[in-house]
Unconditional design. Structure first.
Ligand SMILES: NC(=O)c1ccc[n+]([C@@H]2O[C@H](COP(=O)([O-])OP(=O)(O)OC[C@H]3O[C@@H](n4cnc5c(N)ncnc54)[C@H](O)[C@@H]3O)[C@@H](O)[C@H]2O)c1
Length: 261
């Protein structure tokens, strides 16, 4: 028996990375899963999350075909930004339009359709799962547009949770640490970035980056009825990146230990 048996789910950004892993896991957990992305892919419905009318039409088509939409996972997103005095307005708009306005449009469409649905066995109409980032809850060197967009996604999600909780709609946001996907390759694939990437990986308490399936696993919980009392939550799934800093004081005091033992 799957954790999402009988549910109908929409996953955006599903042609790649976290979205693709989430769609695959949702299907394995028994959900009827509709993948959407601006990029073409096998079994992917082509939708640009910046196009409000297209998002609404695509979501409405899912509800019409399958009877309801129980879950949306909004994983469509792009990297971008830089120190603010170097960021062109066009770059700001590109990043914020996809990451934040796109989340607004998908959430708006989902809420509109979920409100029409009868509550399920646990008295709920739907679950919204947005994907932000740990860069939406703490600053990052050169983050600007990306961090601002993700911070916006975090607080938007909390507001959706407040506005629609009594109508049976839950909304939560996952804040991943650094996850091995094409988006991360784009950021760290530039010349001279190998050491910088290693320093980012070292900053995770677990000493490594994450895998898309580890974010998909968190999304399964937030989509399932097991999380029926969880709403307005920003779930950090970051291998300890935001747990705090390590400055070597334990080693300096001679209290270090061999991590291999
Ligand atoms: N990889 C990481 O380290 C990481 C960390 C924190 C948060 N995130 C977030 O997770 C989400 C998924 O990222 P990923 O790492 O899997 O990246 P990815 O590049 O592998 O996948 C992102 C997908 O979003 C799609 N997309 C982009 N613009 C779109 C649009 N306008 N409409 C519809 N789809 C669009 C892309 O085509 C792509 O398939 C993003 O929101 C990203 O910001 C990623």
């Amino acid at each position: 028996m799957g954790q999402l048996d009988g549910k109908v789910a929409v996953v955006t950004g599903a042609a790649s990375g976290i979205g693709a892993a989430t769609a695959k896991r949702f299907a394995a957990e028994g959900a009827t899963t509709v993948s959407m992305d601006v990029a073409p892919g096998v079994g992917v419905v082509e939708v640009d999350v910046r196009d409000e009318a297209a998002v609404m039409a695509a979501f409405a088509a899912v509800q019409a075909e399958h009877g309801r939409i129980d879950v949306i996972v909004n994983a469509a997103g792009v990297a971008g930004g830089g120190p603010v005095h170097m960021v062109e307005a066009s770059e700001w708009d590109r990043v914020v339009d996809i990451n934040l306005k796109g989340t607004f449009f998908t959430n708006k469409a989902a809420v509109t359709l979920m409100l029409e649905q009868t509550p399920n066995a646990v008295g709920q109409r739907g679950s919204i799962v947005n994907i932000a980032s740990i860069e939406g809850i703490e600053g990052t060197e050169g983050g600007s547009a990306y961090s601002a967009s993700k911070g916006g996604v975090v607080i938007l999600t909390k507001n959706v949770a407040i506005d629609y909780g009594r109508r049976g709609i839950r909304a939560n946001v996952i804040c991943p640490g650094f996850i091995e996907t094409p988006l991360m390759d784009e950021v760290f694939g530039l010349d001279g970035m190998a050491d910088i990437k290693q320093s980012f990986l070292d900053a995770h308490a677990l000493g490594r980056s994450g895998e898309p399936r580890e974010i998909a696993a968190a999304a399964v919980f937030l989509a399932s009825d097991d999380s029926s009392f969880v709403t307005g939550s920003s779930m950090i799934v970051d291998g300890g990146y935001t747990a705090g800093r390590q400055h070597g004081i334990v080693d300096m005091l001679g209290l270090g230990f061999d991590p291999q033992t």
